[in-house]
Design a binder for this molecule. Structure first.
Ligand code: ZN
Length: 226
């Protein structure tokens, strides 16, 4: 990069930085215009009904696409919206959301054209991402026949993105926190959604929660069997 190019990049970054703080001040004052108690209420605690588990992709403004305000959704995001039982981070989020915040719904939301899903279908050494994306390669293995039958690459990636969301939602159902809370209180319900950049719409993949729970509990029952 030439000195001139570096200078241009720095100017652009400085402008973005300034814009963020200006936008933040504008947002805060708009919130107060709508409700003078807005921040006092936020400061007093949270009681979200939803836990959202989504991809880190920068193109998905999660709160905005759902029309949910600050305080309405507890959130966890990682590459390709994976729910891995030895990931202390997401397991803590699910535990806290279910046992303490007592959320009523858990959404695993993937998206079409996901870089993580594409990378997992690529036969290459991706360094630190290898063990992470292995989870998606496992989903591919589970549905190998169906996926190999799709000849169009983009369609195959998109179908794997759907199957991955469904599989990660099943992983949420496998947790003790979800099974126990559902048995005691009838919630949370787990959902599998997918977002499409092409039209901005969320699609509900209609995970059969009750059926999934029943089939999962044959092997993964963590409620003590009583
Ligand atoms: Zn993604």
């Amino acid at each position: 990069m030439t000195e001139q190019e570096k200078e241009r990049v720095n100017e652009h970054l400085k402008a973005t930085h300034d814009r963020i703080f200006e936008s933040n001040r504008a947002w805060a004052s708009k919130c107060l215009d709508k409700d003078p108690e807005f921040f006092a209420k936020l400061n007093s605690g949270q009681q979200p009904d939803y836990l959202y588990i989504g991809c880190s992709d920068s193109r998905i403004p999660a709160n905005e696409i759902m029309g949910l305000e600050a305080g309405e959704v507890f959130m966890h995001r990682n590459i390709a919206n994976l729910v891995n039982s030895i990931d202390l981070n997401i397991m803590s989020v699910i535990n806290y959301a279910v046992r303490h915040l007592r959320v009523k719904h858990i959404v695993v939301c993937g998206h079409y054209n996901c870089g993580g899903v594409k990378a997992a279908m690529t036969p290459a050494d991706l360094g630190l991402l290898n063990p992470w994306l292995r989870n998606i390669r496992d989903v591919y293995r589970l549905h190998e026949q169906e996926l190999d039958g799709i000849t169009d690459d983009a369609k195959r990636y998109d179908r794997l993105a759907e199957l991955n969301v469904l599989e990660q939602a099943r992983n949420v159902v496998k947790t003790a926190a979800v099974q126990k809370s559902y048995k005691d209180d009838g919630y949370p319900i787990v959902h599998a959604w997918i977002f499409d950049f092409k039209d901005g719409l969320l699609k509900d993949l209609k995970l059969d929660f009750e059926g999934t729970l029943k089939s999962i509990q044959k092997i993964y029952n963590l409620t003590g069997g009583d």
